[in-house]
Design a protein around this ligand. Structure first.
Ligand SMILES: C[S@@+](CC[C@H](N)C(=O)[O-])C[C@H]1O[C@@H](n2cnc3c(N)ncnc32)[C@H](O)[C@@H]1O
Length: 297
């Protein structure tokens, strides 16, 4: 019997409460050995029923609405098929703020918070508080929005090749009150860009094409291919960015890119070949190389 039919039968066997629904989903996720079954169950049940966590805990005997039950079953089936909780709820936290995500945007990763930490630690010293920022491949807008939310005098231009991603990024910037300081443009890298910036940040696509199918199902099956695919050697975007960035940085400007764990050497070489001084390679919380910070002398 299909997962969906089993779930529907389990539900119709009894007048289910929201608490019983939570326990049933949690047990199904435990049985399937998901990494965080209790948390996943709570978030998906809350999403399906519209309850907050506090509401679910405070009133577990509340009768489950039939349509909410069907919605929950659908989410369970999709979770078991490999979609992440963030994809299913359409929201993911980044640097302590919730961001909308859609099928057209990469799901933000904690690793990318490394870039925020690097920038914030340099504001006031190398970077003026009113610095101008270019975010290349903004996706859901996490980098531009977070930097503007943390630095009240910064302004940014966020670009992406995907018009749908730009629409999501704009909504996220507005949601966090920084839309007035952020411009958006749909373009490929620097193709239609004029003007110079104090800082360029980018988490570009950097997975070698052949490696994409080896990634976790949450990634390979659900993140947009255009957000992942870095070409045959994973460096297509880095070559474009480092070869053209000097025309769009002010003297002394900084270029900060996220990299794959094994790309620090090759990306640093690309930076030097294109006239940049490499300030540092930065590790993420797991201790893997995660970013290269370069300076335009
Ligand atoms: C790895 S995702 C990063 C998204 C977001 N900045 C983040 O960190 O979650 C790469 C982004 O680059 C965009 N992109 C891919 N090719 C591009 C190009 N030629 N020009 C501009 N953006 C591009 C994708 O649409 C995607 O949003």
């Amino acid at each position: 019997m299909s997962e969906r039919r089993t779930l529907a039968r389990d539900r119709s066997d009894r007048q289910e409460t929201v608490g019983a629904l939570y326990r049933r989903v949690r047990d199904r996720f435990r049985q399937s050995r998901l990494t965080t079954p209790d948390l996943d169950a709570r978030r998906l049940v809350c999403h399906a029923t519209g309850l907050s966590t506090a509401g679910l805990v405070a009133d577990p005997d509340r009768q489950l609405d039939a349509e909410d039950g069907i919605r929950a079953d659908d989410l369970v089936v999709r979770r078991l098929a490999g979609e992440s909780v963030a994809r299913l709820t359409g929201e993911r936290d980044f640097w302590g703020r919730p961001f909308e995500i859609t099928a057209e945007t990469l799901e933000p990763r904690p690793d990318t918070e490394t870039l925020i930490e690097v920038v914030l630690s340099r504001v006031g010293a190398e970077l003026a508080p009113h610095a101008t920022v270019l975010d290349i491949g903004t996706g859901s807008g996490i980098l531009a929005t977070t930097l503007l939310a943390e630095c009240s005098r910064m302004t940014a231009l966020a670009i992406d090749i995907s018009p749908d991603a730009i629409a999501v990024a704009r909504r996220n910037a507005d949601r966090h009150g920084v839309g007035g300081r952020c411009r958006f443009a749909c373009m490929s890298y620097f193709d239609a860009l004029s003007g110079r910036f104090d800082l360029i940040v980018s988490n570009p696509p950097y997975i070698p094409t052949a490696d994409i199918e080896t990634l976790a199902p949450e990634v390979a099956g659900h993140d947009p291919r255009i957000a992942l695919d870095g070409g045959a050697d994973g460096h297509t975007a880095f070559r474009r960015i480092f070869s053209q960035a000097h025309s769009h940085l002010n003297p002394g400007g900084l270029l900060l890119v996220e990299i794959g764990f094994d790309q620090a050497g090759t990306v640093s070489d690309l930076a030097r070949t294109n006239g940049f001084a490499v300030r540092s390679t930065v590790k993420d919380l797991e201790g893997r190389d995660r970013a290269v910070l370069a300076l335009l002398p």
